[in-house]
Design a protein around this ligand. Structure first.
Ligand code: GLN
Length: 248
């Protein structure tokens, strides 16, 4: 009888040890993996090998609130929704616009910023307003809302797709496209960084940016929304934005 009890106690003790080890291991290994496309200044871009920008800083602040480590994975914009839907990343922050079509594959957090689709043209371009885009060749980033709207409005023949905004802008500089439709903040950054470009006054579309999360992770969605609300309330989001976007 005594022996049995001892054996049982031993078994229980080792089970508890294993559980404790598992818990500890889990804690230190807990990581939040963010997917982005780091060619979208000032939201995400590279400084040397490090990915920085508004989204990177917001994600770091969220990870801190959640008490986890942040890892950022850089990939093509069009791979981001499949990556988060398939679970190879936990969240996507990529100046990503909330659309009904994307909502079919992922959940979106509350919005944290407004985006505007703008049109970049050469300073000496004959394009004076959105109405002049008909019949022109439009450069876009593959899979973005700029791509989707322009393909719908002007047809496939009018669109030239690039892996990122920088390549689309380079094509404009080289004269391979007549304009680039892209979000306003990267547009401003690209115009500032390159001679001879300007942005049309008229806006193409106004949209909301949010964080994409896998549909099978409603708990994470809830946690992110709570943390995001705290970061908005305590002024952290404003602080991050004004670090990268200087008021005029
Ligand atoms: N806001 C646009 C979209 O969601 C572009 C985002 C991006 O290129 N990073 O489609």
């Amino acid at each position: 009888m005594m022996k049995m009890k001892k054996a049982l106690a031993l078994v229980l003790a080792s089970v508890m040890l294993v559980l404790t080890l598992a818990a500890c291991g889990g804690e230190t290994a807990e990581k939040l993996v963010m997917g982005t496309n780091a060619a979208f200044p000032p939201y995400e871009f590279k400084e040397g090998e490090t990915i920085v920008g508004i989204d990177a800083d917001i994600a770091a602040a969220l990870a801190e609130k959640l008490g986890v480590e942040l890892e950022i994975k850089d990939m093509a914009f069009e791979s981001l929704i499949p990556a988060v839907a398939g679970g190879s990343v936990d969240i996507v922050l990529a100046g990503m616009t909330v659309t009904d079509e994307r909502k079919e594959s992922v959940n979106f957090s509350d919005s944290y910023a407004t985006g505007i689709q703008s049109v970049i043209i050469a300073e000496d371009s004959a394009i004076a307003s959105i109405d002049d885009l008909a019949g022109k060749i439009i450069g876009v980033q593959t899979g973005t809302t700029g791509d989707i709207y322009c393909s719908d409005d002007y047809g496939e023949e009018a669109i030239k797709r690039y892996d990122n905004g920088a390549l689309a802008v380079q094509a404009l500089i080289n004269g391979q496209v007549d304009c680039v439709v892209i979000d306003n903040q990267p547009a401003l950054a690209f115009v500032e960084a390159n001679e001879g470009l300007k942005i049309l006054d008229t806006e193409y579309a106004i949209e909301d940016y949010a964080i994409a999360i896998g549909k099978d992770d409603p708990e994470l969605l809830e946690k992110i929304n709570v943390a995001l609300a705290e970061l908005k309330a305590d002024g952290k989001i404003d602080e991050i934005v004004s670090k990268y976007i200087k008021a005029e």
